[in-house]
Ligand binder design. Structure first.
Ligand code: NAP
Length: 247
């Protein structure tokens, strides 16, 4: 596999499991030094081990992505330890599903603070080093941000917000050679979607044109494209990876 990220540093949020773990390992396969971020460093231990097994350096970090000051300190420390930053993947996310009439303001605000605010804090903290390296930013949104979903007004709002954030930052940073794109996954098999029983999962799979639920590695390969040579001239776009769910 071409190690096009050799000598470069990537920071991946939500890297302890699921999609973020698959992304971290894929970037490690490309040779990147990977800074893995989750709510605690301990939770990233398995991902770090997998990145090292892929032949890369990796480190584990804990932060609440909604805490702007802590994020800024973390990005500064990762960047100065590595001597720069080349790739930022904003993947950390949560759900607190409830129909609108029953949704508390707290659950609305927390989901937006983590899913959208977290990406804002990381982009702001990483913008200068990424401008120096003509780096790449990838934000993991969702097809729910494009389509809406009953019971997910907070989540859909946060994921739709990532499109506006990405488009605006893409325009602001293009002059410095930084690309900013979104990926909108459909239904991917991870802890976030584990609540479905087998019958419901089967029904859902049948409603997807490609007739199956996606795998975290398939999102990691979309990130691989956007941060690799093929993505060099792509900015301000959303790559929908959903088996046709949204068509
Ligand atoms: P997951 O298995 O639930 O993992 C979520 C990750 O985010 C974990 O690493 C978690 O860390 C981290 N995280 C959550 N809140 C955080 C916070 N406040 N500060 C720091 N880290 C935090 O989720 P997933 O299914 O892999 O999803 C990853 C991303 O893809 C999310 O943004 C999600 O919205 C998006 N997505 C997923 C699907 C799907 O079908 N799975 C579809 C579309 C979009 P801890 O382990 O420390 O809790």
């Amino acid at each position: 596999m071409e190690r096009f990220l050799a000598g470069k540093t990537a920071l991946v949020t939500g890297a302890s499991r699921g999609i973020g773990k698959a992304i971290a390992v894929q970037l490690a396969r490309r040779g990147a030094r990977v800074a893995c971020v989750a709510t605690s460093a301990e939770r990233c231990a398995e991902t770090v081990a997998a990145c090292i097994a892929a032949g890369a350096e990796a480190s584990a970090h804990g932060v609440d992505v909604a805490d702007g000051k802590a994020v800024s300190a973390l990005v500064d420390s990762v960047t100065s330890a590595a001597g720069g930053l080349h790739v930022l993947v904003n993947n950390a996310g949560i759900t607190r599903d409830q129909l609108l009439l029953r949704m508390s303001a707290e659950d609305f605000e927390r989901v937006v603070a983590v899913n959208l605010g977290g990406a804002f804090h990381f982009i702001k903290a990483a913008a200068r080093p990424l401008m120096k390296s003509s780096g790449r930013i990838v934000n993991i949104s969702s097809v729910v941000g494009l389509m809406g979903n009953a019971g997910q007004a907070n989540y859909a709002a946060s994921k739709a917000g990532l499109f506006g954030l990405s488009l605006s930052v893409a325009k602001e940073l293009a002059g410095r050679g930084v690309t900013v794109n979104c990926i909108a996954p459909g239904y991917i098999s991870t802890d976030m979607t584990a609540a479905l029983d087998a019958a419901a999962a089967q029904k859902l799979a049948e409603s997807i044109p490609l007739r199956r639920i996606g795998q975290a590695e398939e999102i990691a390969l979309a990130v691989d494209y956007l941060v690799g040579p093929g993505g060099a001239y792509v900015t301000g776009q959303t790559l929908v990876v959903d088996g046709g769910l949204s068509i």
